[in-house]
Ligand binder design. Structure first.
Ligand code: IMP
Ligand code: MG
Length: 185
C-alpha cells in the first residue's frame, strides 16, 4: 500500500472537529435514552472507531454488539444494492432500544437492508446514528436520527473508513485525490 500522503487530497474533518461533534452526539443520545435499554449495534468494520469514541462519552448504561454486512465487492467503490449478513449479532434484540452505529451512509442500501432485517426481530425501538452522510448519493430513503456530518460526494478514508482496506486507523477523515490513486481491483 502506498503512503497515504501520496494520495491524500485534503483533510476534510480534523481530529479536533471529529471529537467535538462526537461528544455532542453522545450528549444528545444520553439525554434521549435516559431510563431506556440502550443497545448499540456497530456495523463492522468501518464503525469501530466511531463506536469506541461515541460510547466513551455516552453517560447512560448500555450494551454493545456487532454485525458485518457486505455491499461492496473487493476493491470496488460502487454499491450494488445487494447486502448480505457476513456476521450476525451475538445477542437477541427483542425489547431493546437499538441504535445502529454506522460510519457512513452513501446510497443507503446497507442501512435500509440492516433496518429491514433487524425490524423482524422485534426491538423495542430502532434508530440510526451515522458519523457521515453523503447526501447527494442517496438512492433509497433511510431515516437518520443522529448524524455527525453531511459530506460532499467524494471518496473519503480514515477514522474507520478504508481505502482498499487500509488506513482505517487515521485519526481524521481525508479525501482521495483520484489522479494519484489506483484502485487495487
Ligand atoms: P451504502 O450501502 O451505499 O450506503 O454504503 C455504505 C457503505 O459503503 C459504508 O458502510 C462504507 O463501508 C462504504 N462506503 C461508502 N462511501 C465510502 C467512502 O467514501 N469511503 C469508504 N467507504 C465508503
Ligand atoms: Mg461500513
Amino acid at each position: 500500500m502506498k503512503d497515504y500522503q501520496d494520495f491524500l487530497d485534503e483533510i476534510l474533518i480534523s481530529t479536533e472537529v471529529l471529537e467535538k461533534r462526537i461528544i455532542e452526539l453522545a450528549e444528545e443520545i444520553s439525554m434521549d435514552y435516559k431510563g431506556k435499554n440502550l443497545h448499540l449495534i456497530c456495523i463492522l468494520r468501518g464503525g469501530v472507531l466511531f463506536l469506541a469514541d461515541l460510547m466513551r462519552h455516552i453517560t447512560v448504561p448500555h450494551t454493545i454488539d456487532f454485525m458485518a454486512v457486505s455491499s461492496y465487492g473487493v476493491g470496488a467503490r460502487r454499491t450494488t444494492g445487494q447486502v448480505r449478513i457476513a456476521l450476525d449479532l451475538k445477542e437477541d434484540i427483542s425489547n431493546r432500544d437499538v441504535l445502529l452505529v454506522e460510519d457512513i451512509v452513501d446510497s443507503g442500501y446497507t442501512i435500509a437492508s440492516v433496518l429491514d432485517i433487524l425490524a423482524t426481530r422485534h426491538p423495542k425501538s430502532l434508530k440510526v446514528c451515522t458519523l457521515l452522510d453523503k447526501v447527494a448519493r442517496r438512492e433509497v430513503n433511510v431515516p437518520i436520527h443522529y448524524r455527525g456530518f453531511a459530506i460532499p460526494d467524494q471518496f473519503v478514508f480514515g477514522y474507520g473508513l478504508d481505502i482498499d482496506e487500509y488506513y482505517r486507523n487515521l485519526p481524521f477523515i481525508g479525501t482521495v485525490d483520484s489522479n494519484r490513486y489506483e484502485p487495487q481491483d
